[in-house]
Ligand binder design. Structure first.
Ligand SMILES: Nc1ncnc2c1ncn2[C@@H]1O[C@H](COP(=O)(O)OP(=O)(O)OP(=O)(O)O)[C@@H](O)[C@H]1O
Length: 335
């Protein structure tokens, strides 16, 4: 699923399959099991999924760093498997790990990237100055990168990926590890640069809010395949009615059985002490939900009604909650 028809796409993945060897006598790890999507030119597309869903593997294949076992992919109309060098000329890739030299200054790092892309020294310097201004790094241009905060270093990573004016920019988890302030600065910059440079941006993220804010369209990836795709509002409006979230004082599996008997509620799922369901009319569903739980001897600590969020979309398509999978990885790096 997910390969909605896009005329003349900037990025296209068709049925990508990829496994990694897991070591002696162990079955291989399947990272991608037939993943497809298409990205229209000049748009921001999000691949949203928890750690291990297969997002990085997809981006590595699209950016020619890894080969798929089967399936095909094109970037700017160029076949990735057979013309990798041409693909590399038209893409920028910002990986999860920084590609900068910490012992060099920002200017030195940018000039080197420009020269590696075959730019003249003069062009590279002009582009470096432009990007340093754009990313708010002009005042720190001649400081060693090792003295940068997490947010500054990440902005420099993105600037490096933009030196040669790529048609398509891949951003692999651009804000993982950033504090909320640095994250929102990065969001503003990504949105601006997609508009200004008429670039296509493919970003991977495990932040629902990031996908919601930045992506024109997104694909939800779970266990190596796209389980839902569309604009954030299309995905959310695919869910009728209200989401009901009930928090119990203690996790109790019986809640699932009890709530499945409440006729006003559907799609009931449970994750620890959190129980969720959907209803056409939240105000009508809540009293019987609370009554049924109370009758079964369970204590409710909170009950909320909400319009559908991307989390609900995710839950609906994968059967499990997003946050529980996504949370642990981020290391907090403060400005
Ligand atoms: N080099 C590798 N060798 C073995 N297994 C790998 C390798 N790279 C990824 N995997 C496995 O493939 C699956 C998909 O990983 P991938 O990194 O693509 O997911 P992801 O969605 O990008 O998650 P993350 O945010 O953690 O990078 C996971 O089960 C992962 O453990």
């Amino acid at each position: 699923m997910g390969a909605a028809h896009v005329a003349d796409p900037a990025v296209e993945a068709v049925d990508l399959v990829k496994s990694y060897p897991a070591g002696k006598n162990k079955p291989p790890i399947t990272a991608l099991r037939g993943l497809s999507f298409a990205v229209a030119k000049g748009t921001v597309f999000g691949l949203l999924g928890p750690n291990g869903a297969g997002k990085s593997t997809t981006v590595k294949i699209l950016s020619t760093l890894s080969a798929a076992d089967s399936g095909s992919a094109r970037v700017a109309g160029i076949e990735v498997a057979t013309r990798p060098e041409q693909v590399r000329r038209v893409i920028g890739f910002v990986s999860q790990k920084s590609g900068t030299d910490p012992m060099g200054t920002a200017v030195e790092n940018l000039l080197l990237a420009g020269r590696l892309h075959g730019m003249s020294r003069r062009d590279a310097m002009a582009r470096a100055r432009e990007l340093l201004d754009r990313f708010g790094l002009a005042d720190a241009a001649n400081r060693l990168v090792q003295t940068y905060s997490g947010g500054m270093a990440r902005r420099l990573d993105v600037a490096l990926g933009l030196m040669h004016r790529p048609q398509v920019l891949f951003l692999d988890e651009p804000t993982t590890g950033l504090d909320p302030h640095a994250r929102s600065e990065m969001w503003a910059e990504i949105a601006r640069m997609a508009g200004d440079e008429q670039m296509t941006v493919l970003l991977t993220t495990h932040y629902l809010e990031e996908a919601d804010r930045l992506a024109d369209r997104l694909a939800i990836v779970d266990q190596g395949a796209v389980v839902a795709a569309g604009t954030p509002s299309e995905l959310k409006s695919g869910l009728r009615g209200d989401a009901v979230h009930v928090e119990l004082a203690q996790a109790d599996d019986r809640a699932l059985t009890v709530l499945r008997t409440v006729s006003e509620l559907r799609d009931v799922t449970m994750d620890g002490s959190a129980v969720r369901g959907r209803t056409d009319d939240g105000a009508r569903a809540l009293p019987p939900v609370l009554a049924a739980l109370e009758e079964a001897g369970m204590t409710v600590t909170s009950a909320t009604l909400a319009r559908p969020s991307l989390d609900d979309v995710y839950l609906r398509h994968t059967g499990h909650s997003f946050d529980a999978d996504a949370a642990p990885k981020a290391l907090e790096v403060t400005e």
